[in-house]
Design a protein around this ligand. Structure first.
Ligand code: HEM
Ligand code: NAG
Ligand code: NAG
Ligand code: NAG
Ligand code: NAG
Ligand code: NAG
Ligand code: NAG
Ligand code: NAG
Length: 295
């Protein structure tokens, strides 16, 4: 595990250094790992992704910060584009919104300490919970998106081990455009709260918009080892249609019954059980960091 104390000291020093312009030949991951944690190692890259993802999920919690507030994906009472947004219910096992072996089921993804271990720069209290697999998969996936050069090279920072199609993972959530935009905004605010340049924050937001936020988008490679996959998460009718849309390939969502999508879970079944998409996923054989979606 990453040393928490060591990190706090390193960030305390680096945060006082004014960051320069990121060179074209250096990925966002490599650049900010060096800027904040000095050595561009696999361990430090994993720490950077832990910080960015944990902050995006629970809101800014590290000290010092650069004065940018990030409420976090799980925050209640948020508004986006005039609509109330409450994403916590998709994570806490209160909806039938998880893809469990191709069917809508309930999974509590906050089953291993919730926010407490995240505030200690950890994914979870233990290492076999739904929370552990969700958080580590997010570190791995966003590490690939941000071009971490030391990821998946046999070191401490594995390539993405989660399910390959973001459409399949998220399809029973029937997420709306405001919900997607809120999530993407939190990722950007998290990066900004660590001092990322506005141009880099915008590049990440645009890449997430293009890859996941356009309805019926054609299959796209995100993790090279997983090949081309349906990646649209915004499949709700109010999401903008992608150019070259392939809606026929998204037919399961189109014909999905309303009772399956976002239906309130009844009883307490599933709480603490890890769904196939989170825990039993096919290990992607060492995802590579060869290509970054964000340039
Ligand atoms: C930019 C958009 C997004 C990206 C790139 C993204 C990425 C991911 C990834 C990589 C996983 C892990 C999958 C696995 O472990 O196999 C995941 C799971 C999950 N995401 Fe997202 N996500 C996005 C938007 C959202 C939004 C808007 C929500 C709304 C609440 C959401 C809710 C979830 C939930 C509940 C899970 C756990 C589902 C499961 O593992 O079965 N995601 N996401
Ligand atoms: C990026 O280019 C600069 C010269 O412009 C070079 O000094 C540096 O080593 C390059 N970095 C990488 C990671 O290739
Ligand atoms: C960076 O690496 C060098 C050489 O391995 C080491 O001496 C130094 O302590 C490291 N610095 C940090 C902040 O990890
Ligand atoms: C989050 O950031 C804001 C703005 O810098 C700050 O006022 C607040 O104290 C931070 N929250 C935590 C828990 O650090
Ligand atoms: C899950 O979150 C929702 C929305 O914030 C809340 O209303 C509900 O009580 C929570 N359920 C559980 C089981 O924590
Ligand atoms: C979880 O931790 C135990 C004990 O440290 C270790 O033996 C096991 O390999 C770990 N499992 C995973 C999935 O990391
Ligand atoms: C993402 O797309 C929406 C419109 O669909 C736009 O309002 C938003 O500014 C875009 N975000 C970024 C970071 O480009
Ligand atoms: C998805 O949500 C929209 C409203 O945001 C609703 O009109 C539509 O019927 C839902 N689709 C399914 C399959 O439940």
């Amino acid at each position: 595990m990453v040393s928490y104390k060591k990190f706090v000291i390193a960030l305390g020093l680096a945060a006082q250094v004014v960051m320069g312009q990121r060179p074209m030949n250096t990925s966002i991951c490599d650049y900010y790992t060096t800027a904040l944690l000095m050595n561009n190692t696999a361990e430090n890259q994993m720490t950077l992704l832990t910080l960015i993802v944990n902050t995006a999920v629970i809101g800014n919690y590290t000290q010092p910060n650069v004065g940018i507030m990030d409420p976090g994906i799980l925050a209640s009472g948020q508004m986006q584009e005039g609509a109330p947004v409450d994403l916590l219910r998709y994570f806490n096992g209160s909806l039938m919104s998880t893809n469990v072996n191709g069917k809508a089921g309930t999974v509590n993804f906050l089953d291993d300490g919730g926010a407490t271990p995240l505030m200690m720069n950890k994914p979870a209290n233990t290492n076999s919970s739904a929370q552990y697999f969700l958080l580590t998969h997010l570190y791995q996936y966003f590490g690939a998106l941000l071009g971490c050069s030391m990821q998946g090279t046999g070191g401490v920072f594995s390539g993405y081990q989660g399910d390959p199609s973001q459409y399949q993972i998220h399809k029973f959530m029937n997420l709306s455009k405001p919900e997607m935009d809120y999530f993407i905004t939190q990722v950007g605010l998290s990066a900004a709260s660590f001092g990322a340049a506005t141009s880099d924050v915008e590049a990440v937001g645009m890449a997430l918009n293009d890859t996941f936020n356009m309805r019926c988008s054609p299959p796209t490679v995100v993790i090279p080892a997983q090949g081309s996959q349906l990646q649209a998460i915004c499949i709700n009718p109010d999401c903008p249609l992608a150019s070259g849309a392939v809606c026929a390939q998204y037919d399961m969502a189109a014909t999905m019954s309303a009772s399956m999508s976002g239906a309130i879970a009844t009883g307490s079944m599933g709480s603490g059980t890890s769904g196939s998409a989170a825990a039993g996923s096919v290990p992607a054989n060492g995802g590579t960091s060869a290509g970054s979606v964000v340039s």
